[in-house]
Design a protein around this ligand. Structure first.
Ligand SMILES: *Cc1c(COP(=O)(O)O)cnc(C)c1O
Length: 357
């Protein structure tokens, strides 16, 4: 199957819903574009890829993913450049991670051609849904789940892969207050934390809600053994600037390998900053704050790109961080990344994939 020879049959909607959408007031994840990409896996092969009108699916109550959680997802964005072309940011990195997650969950690999061709055809079909306003984009949500109607425990023999999309506006997030999680864990070494498994999210809801009830927006996950080392911040990777050095926890089987994490580290290096991937003890960060050496802290992820942290709570104490405006590294890297993603700066790492309309 090559990219050029695989053509995806496309059934267009009778009437687009786009005129009903208020592009100035988009709530994340609530408005879906007209079409979706669908392909099914059975008899050991992916079959019948199609672009169809976005709509409900009918499922057996015995659908195995509903029982045992064989389900994964991805998240990425498309932007419109100044010529009106559609730009994807590092789609092959998302595709690669999708297959890493699939392997961990005993699900079939999805060929790159099928992923890229399905995605391209969907975006061409819904091209009008990619907003052009500054800061806005089309959020892309690929997902895969087990479809056997069988409640015995075993890897499903059939699966469905879909891509749905949502136009999203500028992410006006105020800096978040985070609290170090002393009890719950998101994942452990040897678990599935590095996979974008649906179940990881379900298990994180209760600890997050408990933290929010205490007045914090988000929690900082710590290692499963000692709760001593920092892992992630909510559903984002986390970074700190200590003594002028950008530091982030090194990758492991318990940490999600974020595309934004990787991009931020690379751009920071390109800009000449010192970057370290290593273990970071909670105590190190708290000490650095006390000594005035902690100048920045932020989460990284596709939805917000960079989410600034204004306060860290640990062991009954609130530790305030310097104002966001003065945070040199994260602000510079965010601005630079934004230019690359939208085609306004040279793409030196071949990250941007243009979709021809
Ligand atoms: C998706 C995700 C991230 C961020 O990954 P990006 O590729 O940067 O969007 C970080 N942590 C967790 C737990 C995630 O699920």
């Amino acid at each position: 199957m090559s990219v050029d020879t695989l053509t995806i049959p496309t059934e267009r909607v009778q009437q687009s819903r786009i005129s009903q959408v208020d592009f100035d007031n988009l709530q994340f994840g609530k408005t879906f574009s007209d079409h979706m990409f669908v392909v099914d896996y059975k008899d050991g092969a992916w079959q019948n890829p199609q672009v169809l009108p976005y709509g409900n699916m009918s499922l057996s109550p015995a659908t195995s993913s509903l029982h045992y959680g064989q389900a994964l997802f991805e998240g990425m964005k498309a932007y419109r450049d100044q010529n009106g072309d559609l730009l994807l940011f590092r789609p092959l990195a998302n595709h690669k991670r999708l297959n890493t997650s699939a392997e961990r969950l005993c699900m079939p690999e999805l060929p790159e051609e099928l992923f890229m061709q399905g995605l391209s055809q969907l975006l061409r079909t819904d091209a009008e849904w990619v907003p052009s306003k500054e800061g806005s984009s089309l959020y892309i949500r690929p997902l895969m789940f087990a479809t056997d109607d069988y409640i015995g425990v075993r890897p499903s023999l059939t699966y469905r892969f879909l891509i749905i999309t949502c136009p999203v506006g500028k992410y006006y997030d105020k800096p978040v207050k985070v609290a170090v999680e002393p009890h719950y864990v998101r994942s452990a070494e040897g678990g599935a934390g590095y996979a974008k498994a649906a179940g990881n999210y379900a298990a994180a809801l209760l600890p997050s809600r408990k933290m929010q009830e205490k007045g914090y927006d988000q929690l900082i996950w710590t290692d499963a053994k000692e709760h001593k080392y920092i892992e992630e911040s909510g559903t984002m990777n986390v970074m700190f600037v200590i003594d002028g050095v950008l530091v982030t926890p090194s990758l492991s089987t318990s940490i999600l390998h974020g595309v934004t994490r990787d991009s931020v580290l690379q751009v920071a290096k390109d800009l000449g900053y010192t970057v370290e991937e290593r273990r970071i003890a909670v105590d190190e960060v708290i000490e650095a704050q006390k000594n005035g050496k902690l100048s920045e802290a932020f989460g990284t992820g596709t939805a917000a790109i960079i989410s600034q942290i204004s306060l860290i709570h640990h062991n009954g104490q609130d530790y305030e961080l310097p104002p966001v405006e003065g945070r040199e590294i994260s602000n510079r890297v965010a601005a630079e990344l934004d230019k690359v993603r939208t085609g306004q700066a040279p793409d030196t790492h071949n990250w941007v994939h243009k979709i021809s309309l």
